[in-house]
Design a protein. Structure first.
Length: 461
């Protein structure tokens, strides 16, 4: 190896370059080592990173995966990616802590794949995270600031079984610019100001048939979901993400079976209250605005006025038992979970199909005593029965596997049909409702038997 002499360097700098000098310099340049470059990656550089979140039946809104978008397809040729190849850190509320990586695989889109052998070649790398991590939450009272809150670093090379480099490890970490929440992202955000000037925020899911052909003659059912007291806020989000009451009606498999509009209003802060039981949906201002919103919506969209359904949990179920007696000819049916109300009004709704449920050991809204001096579901069902409605009752564990839970629901429904009953009441055995005895709704809104029953109801059967 020959180096460039000091004389040659000075000659080049002075501009007096001879042929032999150029030859010497070229030879030296050819022999000199090339500048070091980053190791190559079969998938090319990462372009963008997104969090994938999910609304769960009981654990609210969680960050469950990260999707990293690469320039080229990730082709493993039969190889697998160990979870230890990636480190994911969440920076939330001034605290930085690791997330647990459970699976890593490529995909053709920024979504998870539940199949055990997930791993189709694609430009997205899916890094699944343990949803039970203590720092997996995506919201507290309000949504957490998730944009750029997660750092993702590759700490080990990913190679094919033949040894070809697919993804190179490195010291640089990427951060998420996007947050993807399946189904929730399909809801549009809006607000409604009633004739008195009171404003309700809402989220709206519109069925795909309407979106594709808004001028068609098809009319769709309308599901109105009433959130619980914990979701009273000004964010127009937690009525969707705190539980699956609205999301479950908009998920693709449910919409394929029962296409419908889903309207999810949110009560604003400061929490309206007029009187000891004028809470949330029973507050006169809120109730009037809700009714006006429903009336307005049914004139603005192709809604089947004979198939408007009320669904509510906790104070939302209280809203149902308050609304139905005041508007006994508006709603085709209702699902009410863990509610309370006024027994004296039950005589006006004996004709309305209702499926109610409640955990017997609920400490938040007691099963018999209820809240604010208004009795719970058990007492309301007794009052409804005394007023002339035939009640079909059942009791089972709330932690049964889905198939067994639905089998018990189907048996109860069959009994109701044989008896000509259109009011069903499910009680959950003490000690069987996971997380909290108050969270009785988790199984109810994932229950195909109950939802099929709801959509079968019409004001003009």
């Amino acid at each position: 190896m020959r180096g460039i002499t000091r004389r040659t360097a000075l000659t080049i700098a002075a501009g007096t370059v001879t042929a032999s000098t150029l030859s010497d310099a070229a030879t030296a340049a050819a022999d000199a080592p090339a500048p070091r470059r980053p190791a190559g990656s079969g998938a090319g550089p990462a372009l963008r990173t997104a969090l994938i979140t999910r609304v769960t039946p009981r654990n609210n809104w969680r960050v469950t995966a990260v999707a990293v978008h690469y320039a080229n397809p990730i082709v493993l040729r039969g190889g697998i990616i160990p979870p230890s190849a990636f480190q994911v850190t969440a920076d939330l509320g001034g605290q930085s802590a690791a997330r647990t990586v459970t699976r890593v695989y490529p995909n053709t889109a920024a979504r998870t794949n539940a199949l055990p052998n997930a791993g189709r070649p694609g430009r997205y790398l899916i890094i699944e995270l343990d949803p039970d991590d203590a720092n997996a939450q995506a919201s507290g009272t309000d949504p957490l600031p998730l944009h750029r809150a997660y750092a993702i670093r590759q700490v080990a090379d990913v190679r094919t079984p033949g040894g070809d480099l697919v993804l190179a490890a490195g010291p640089l970490a990427t951060r998420n610019d996007d947050v993807i929440t399946p189904v929730v992202d399909d809801f549009t955000a809006g607000s409604f100001t009633d004739s008195t000037g009171f404003e309700l925020a809402f989220r709206l899911y519109q069925p795909q048939g309407f979106v594709r052909s808004p001028g068609a003659a098809t009319r769709y059912p309308l599901v109105v979901t009433l959130h619980g007291g914990g979701e009273v806020a000004d964010n127009n989000m937690t009525q969707l993400t705190a539980n699956r009451i609205a999301v479950t009606f908009a998920k693709p498999e449910r919409q394929r079976r029962h296409p419908a509009f889903v309207l999810a209003p949110q009560i604003p802060l400061p929490r309206p209250m007029d009187g000891p039981d004028g809470t949330d949906w029973t507050d006169p201002k809120v109730r009037a605005a809700l009714v006006e919103l429903i009336d307005t919506f049914t004139t603005q969209r192709p809604v089947d006025a004979d198939r408007i359904y009320l669904v509510g949990l906790s104070s939302g179920a209280r809203g149902i038992f308050n609304l139905l007696p005041r508007h006994p000819h508006t709603f085709a049916a209702a699902l009410a979970t863990a509610g309370w109300g006024d027994p004296s009004t039950m005589g006006g709704i004996t004709h309305i199909p209702i499926w109610a449920d409640h955990s017997i050991d609920d400490p938040v809204v007691p099963y018999r005593e209820g809240r604010f001096g208004r009795p719970g579901t058990w007492t309301l069902m007794n009052a409804l029965e005394s007023a002339g409605a035939q009640i079909t009752r059942g009791e089972w564990a709330n932690d049964l596997p889905k198939a067994k839970f639905e089998a018990r629901s189907r048996a109860l429904l069959n009994r109701a049909r044989r008896a000509g009953s259109q009011v069903l009441f499910t009680s959950y055995t003490p000690g069987t409702t996971p997380v909290s005895p108050h969270f009785a709704w988790a199984q109810a809104y994932e229950n195909d038997v109950v939802i099929d029953w709801l959509f079968d109801q019409s004001r003009t059967p």
